[in-house]
Write a protein that binds this ligand. Structure first.
Ligand code: KG4
Ligand code: ZN
Length: 334
């Protein structure tokens, strides 16, 4: 089935054509440069930019796949979880297209998209598995029982891990988005230079928390001259605390569920230290760990199309009253 995916939940305007889990096109117009000067995403600015860009991005996705609109068999759109003004743009575009092309429409939870980024990248990924999906908007541990069958095991109680990277980078005047910058700087730093807290690290819960860690870093250096701080050491020590928490909670989850496969997705899954530690520990402990292919780490519409394809196989079709929901639980298909 040829599915057009549309994703506008945050600051990427994205469209993709996916045919039976094969990516034919994957177009992403990033707004990073637009938001960088504010040190974070400005929701109103993001929504307006999506309005400007969405038509071109969809056209490019269809043209670069050498397809015509008439060949599209279904439309999948991120309808849940994200900035509401941004989501509305994608949902409105998807509904107009589904109505005019007379094809089924399916609404996707953004986190389900990130889970499918891994399934799309690694078609042989075993079920069930535990997925750690970690980005700027969410940090979640999900037991993926089967396609579109989920049990949420843990969630961040406050900031997402990517958000903590972004806020620490902003505090240290390093730029936006903070994750890739801190990742790079950490390579020259000493990860044991500072000991930052690892919230909920040793607790039985599979929930996570990053706000206390962020505040601890800020409190330690808030009265200091930033230009004289050992930035690579702070970056490496902060990153190590995040990685320790993410890896240990994920291992706790796989042990609890008795599975041996882990998938890691979302923007933070590109972090080199996180990948290195996961790979090493999984090798030692006999687990398999999967990461998405490079173009599917961060927000994209191919993952939304793949999730849509799977949901449509269960007959999960949305009506034209599909609406954008900024905060919603991840649900299994009925
Ligand atoms: O999945 P994504 O593109 O968008 C959301 O759903 O939020 O993730 C973006 C987040 C940002 O917070 C960014 O700083 C973080 O992913 N990120 C990283 C790295 N690359 C992106 N965090 C840590 N290390 C990285 N290399
Ligand atoms: Zn995302």
């Amino acid at each position: 089935m040829l599915v057009l995916g549309i994703e506008t939940s945050c600051d990427e305007t994205a469209a993709a054509l996916v045919a039976d889990q094969i990516i034919l096109s994957n177009v992403i117009a990033s707004q990073i440069d637009l938001h960088a000067r504010f040190g974070g995403i400005v929701p109103e600015v993001a929504a307006r930019k999506h309005v400007e860009t969405i038509g071109y991005v969809i056209k490019e996705a269809i043209d670069s796949a050498n397809k015509t609109p008439a060949e599209i068999e279904a439309i999948a759109v991120t309808a849940k979880h994200g900035l509401v003004g941004s989501l509305i743009v994608g949902v409105a575009a998807a509904k107009s297209l589904a109505y005019s092309l007379k094809v089924p429409l399916v609404g996707i939870h953004h986190v389900e998209g990130h889970i499918f980024a891994n399934i799309l990248s690694n078609p042989k990924m075993p079920m069930p598995h535990v997925c750690l999906t970690v980005s700027g908007g969410h940090t979640m541990l999900v037991y993926v029982k089967d396609f579109c069958q989920y049990e949420v095991l843990g969630n961040t109680l406050d900031d997402a891990a990517g958000e903590a990277f972004d806020k620490i980078a902003k505090f240290l005047n390093l730029g936006f988005p903070g994750g890739p910058i801190i990742d790079k700087l950490s390579a020259q730093g000493n990860k044991a230079a500072f000991h930052f807290p690892r919230p909920l690290w040793r607790s039985k819960t599979l929930d996570l928390s990053f706000s206390g860690l962020k505040t601890a870093v800020i409190n330690m250096f808030k009265d200091k001259d930033k230009s004289k701080l050992p930035i690579p050491d702070i970056a490496a020590s902060f990153q190590e605390a995040v990685v320790d928490v993410l890896v240990s909670k994920t291992l706790q989850a796989v042990r609890q569920k008795g599975v041996s496969t882990i998938s890691v997705s979302g923007g933070v899954s590109t972090n080199r230290r996180l990948r290195g530690v996961f790979s090493q520990i999984c090798r030692q402990e006999g687990y398999q760990v999967f990461f998405p292919q490079p173009t599917l780490h961060t927000d994209n519409a191919a993952m939304i199309a793949a999730a849509g394809n799977a949901r449509l196989r269960y007959g999960d079709v949305a009506e034209l009253d599909l609406s954008a929901v900024p905060s919603a639980p991840l649900k299994s298909v009925a």
